[in-house]
Design a protein around this ligand. Structure first.
Ligand code: NCD
Length: 322
């Protein structure tokens, strides 16, 4: 699979200016970022040399969509690297237009802010803005529209690697609202690039992607079928806020067909891990016993999030152009 594992335009560790989408990184770069996060996890907090890496630098969390977990995760990551953090997460009205968003970033740069974690409801705005900012600024995609959420996908790959080591034998099942999920989009790209054996997308037809033309990916409307012998089971939230013209599924009916219960999970491999990017709706897409059960790695995903974001921030800060 040389076309997807090696790329001509790879954004390597030592040239990475922005962190925008998984598509920009080769398999090697993805593995290096994962390794870096693992090293951070295994370094004693007190002895951490990383502590000074962001000293004198400021991260701005610019979130034009609600978030708790991701925002806090970026904040803790920057603080643990010795950086300062500004949170601007309630600015929807004043930054609707790209120009206003760009203006805000430039004003913050004038106050010596360099790193910007951007979350935006509209697809690709984060990328557009990254092309307009001057040198000395690093843009990090903290979730754009339904398109990409690369730091989440990477922390998920880190979590998978901690349990499964080798990606090449894995069957990964992703259940639910694939269509509106930027997390699923970025995960699929990462999983392909890391060379998993099979990706199964499971959900009602209305929530699946239709234009996938990839022998690695199968779509499945039956949960039990899709779960057969899966090694990794990823559950997604129904992104109610992104349904525009389509009808929302009836949640009771959804639970009956696609809610992950212990008896359905029994169809996956006995050592399958269960993941969820959060926020979790217990009793809708997943049973509470599974969330807190032995196969769940949901809490580990949350802790890995901080390390992964430390790895991303420390990589970008080294490449900040003066
Ligand atoms: C995800 C997101 O915002 O896309 N959540 C997150 O980053 N913790 C998934 C979701 O909202 O369902």
């Amino acid at each position: 699979r040389s076309d997807i594992t090696t790329m001509a335009n790879d954004t390597a560790m030592n040239t990475m200016q922005h962190f925008l989408q998984i598509e920009d990184f080769s398999r090697d770069t993805l593995l290096q970022l994962i390794d870096k996060a693992n090293t951070i996890i295994h370094t004693d907090q007190k002895q951490q040399q990383q502590r000074g890496i962001l000293a004198g630098k400021t991260l701005v969390n610019l979130f034009l969509e609600p978030s708790t977990r991701t925002r806090v995760s970026f904040e803790l990551a920057a603080r643990r690297l010795g950086g300062e953090v500004i949170n601007l997460d309630n600015q929807q009205s004043s930054m609707r237009k790209n120009e206003d968003l760009l203006d805000t970033i430039l004003s913050l740069q004038a106050m010596d802010c360099q790193l910007f974690a951007l979350r935006h409801p509209k697809n690709s705005t984060v990328t557009t803005v990254s092309k307009q900012v001057p040198k000395g600024i690093a843009i990090i995609n903290a979730g754009d529209g339904t398109r990409a959420h690369p730091s989440q996908a990477l922390l998920d790959m880190l979590t998978i690697q901690q349990h499964k080591q080798d990606f090449s034998n894995l069957t990964v099942a992703i259940i639910g609202d694939i269509k509106h999920s930027r997390v699923a989009n970025s995960q699929i790209t990462a999983l392909r690039r890391l060379g998993v054996k099979e990706i199964r997308l499971i959900g009602p037809e209305t929530l699946l992607l239709t234009d996938l033309n990839d022998p690695l990916i199968t779509t499945e409307t039956s949960l039990v079928q899709g779960l057969q012998d899966a090694d990794v089971v990823i559950v997604l939230r129904i992104q109610q806020e992104r349904f525009q013209t389509e009808a929302l599924p009836d949640l009771k009916e959804y639970y009956q067909h696609y809610g992950l219960t212990q008896s359905k999970l029994a169809h996956a491999k006995p050592d399958a891990i269960v993941m969820h990017p959060g926020p979790v709706n217990r009793g809708i897409e997943i049973d509470t016993e599974i969330c807190d059960g032995p196969q769940s790695v949901i809490r580990q995903q949350i802790s890995n999030g901080v390390a992964m974001r430390m790895a991303i921030l420390s990589t970008l800060v080294k490449n900040l152009l003066q």
